[in-house]
Design a protein around this ligand. Structure first.
Ligand code: NAP
Length: 260
């Protein structure tokens, strides 16, 4: 059983692995003995705190980093930098796992949604994950890598939400993109899946009013908000041999929310 879930010898790129759900993913991958994590990061202090939390789980994981702000540069330049740096940092010369997790949200009624904020969400949550998948997937196919690609979707991959139009477009698009790419690449050795978190306690949801947090809580069948470490198991499953016949899926990790 343990070899089914082992990530020994594997190298992963993880965007947004320095906080929240991404850090939960990183800790999960560390618990499965991944060889090397290549994290994108924005601030040195977040990176250092994340490294400590990953090494709490497994001190043997090599952690490499690429400093990049998805809003600071042209998206093609960002994607090219991540891929070029990641392949040169990889201890094995391969990238076996790509996890598109970094994400932002902006809220406003559509009729007054500022155009720049709208475009920021589409850029970070959809365009960069799509382009990163295309480029890393190209290299995986070229090298014959047995690959696993995972993106962080959302409940808004399934529902429209309210006042979060670009986020719903991006997360709905990621779910469809995952199915489309899976159809092209799963027969060539690359599984492509999404994880759709429910309501999770992270910086992203910090600003929600306390009253609304309580209302949400009452609707979650499991009776509590999710925590980043609730993602440790599902990410290991989707990145390991345990999920070799699972592809094109969006797995909700939502305490039962969607079933209600
Ligand atoms: P979070 O704690 O704010 O983490 C977001 C991650 O994305 C952080 O590592 C952050 O970097 C990175 N990031 C944000 N803006 C970036 C930028 N401009 N350039 C590069 N990296 C950037 O929030 P989270 O909830 O864990 O979000 C992770 C993913 O889960 C997102 O895709 C989000 O849409 C999705 N999600 C979250 C929930 C939820 O309830 N929390 C529900 C559904 C889906 P720093 O570490 O530097 O801040």
């Amino acid at each position: 059983m343990s070899s089914l879930f082992s990530l020994k010898g594997k190298v992963a790129i993880l965007t947004g692995g320095t906080n929240g759900i991404g850090l939960g993913y990183a800790r999960g991958l560390a618990s499965a003995d991944i060889q090397q994590l290549i994290l994108t990061y924005r601030s040195q202090s977040s990176l250092e705190q994340a490294q400590a939390k990953i090494h709490e789980i497994n001190p043997n994981v090599a952690i490499s980093s690429i400093k990049v702000d998805f809003l600071a540069e042209d998206e093609d330049a960002i994607v090219n930098k991540i891929v070029t740096d990641a392949y040169s940092l990889s201890q094995t010369g391969s990238i076996d796992i790509l996890i598109n997790n970094a994400g932002i949200t902006e809220r406003s009624p559509l009729e007054s949604f500022p155009d720049d904020k709208f475009q920021d969400v589409i850029k970070v949550d959809l365009n960069i994950p799509v382009k990163l998948t295309k480029l890393v997937g190209y290299k995986m196919l070229e090298r014959g890598t047995r690959g696993k690609i995972v993106a962080t979707a959302s409940l808004l991959s399934f529902q429209g939400g309210m006042h979060s139009t670009p986020y719903a477009i991006a997360k709905g698009g990621l779910k469809q993109f995952t199915q489309a790419v899976s159809n092209e690449w799963s027969g060539r050795g690359i599984n492509v899946n999404c994880i759709a978190p429910g309501y999770i306690r992270t910086k992203l949801t910090d600003s929600m009013a306390e009253e609304n947090k309580k209302i949400v809580n009452q609707r979650i069948p499991l009776g509590r908000w999710g925590e980043p470490d609730d993602f440790m198991g599902v990410i290991v499953f989707l990145c390991s041999d345990a999920s070799n016949y699972v592809t094109g899926e969006t797995i909700a990790v939502d305490g039962g929310w969607l079933g209600r």
